[in-house]
Design a protein around this ligand. Sequence first.
Ligand SMILES: [Zn+2]
Ligand SMILES: [Zn+2]
Length: 273
Amino acid sequence: MDIVLTGTGSPLPDPNRAGPSTLVKTGDTHILVDAGRGTVMRMAGAGSLPAFLGAVLVTHLHSDHVCALNDVITTHWVMTQGNVPLKIYGPAGIAEFVERQMHALEPDIGYRIAHHDVLTKGPQVDVTELAPGDSFAVNDVQVTTAATEHAPVKPTIGYRLEHDGATVALAGDTIPCDGLDTLVADADLYVQTVIRTDLVEAIPNPMMQDILDYHSGLIDAAQTAARAGAKRLALTHMVPAPRPDQYPEWIALAAEHFDGEVIVGDDLTTVSI
Ligand SMILES: [Zn+2]
Ligand SMILES: [Zn+2]
């Protein structure tokens, strides 16, 4: 199983970091978790395309995690000529979100159907709203879910993917909670969106202060990884995004709480488990 950090950015625009998304590849099965800005571009960099996706899993409806979903839907549609449904899973609310996206895309859908004889129908999407604790299979990948905690954003869902003895937990935005521990338990890799609480606290901006109460800090993520028995921790969605010369400091801080390997993600960082 290869886990590609297709986007390690956050809502803060960064020329080197696409918005949050992660691609999981097992053989021919490609699964995308979240679709932040630039996701399709980074998928191409990872040797994937929306047409290859077995499923898109959405953690929550914050814009930074779903703003490229229309690009995923449209590119999938055009490249499959409307013949293959795109499976999208997410928390309650994802069905209406996708339906509204389709409304926004109506002019484009009309233009392309009118222009291309081979294109006779619009995008085919198969949307499933999940309750925390649901489990299902995407081809030969087993997916389990749990509630995460990102209030006032509700509901939010984290994912645990298992294939051929390998397990990855993809948490999305969350503070430490029981559901998160369930997802991360003994995982080969735990991917967590993080902020540096100490650095954010020093930013004199009320909206930055607001983010402190609903994200895992770097130390939180390291402690979750240790408590749940994860083997490796990959950091993504880092606020503020570190420069490469600051990576050792981030790793050292996490290492005070977690003995396993800590990976500071760049776009297209790939972890094989
Ligand atoms: Zn969020
Ligand atoms: Zn986010």
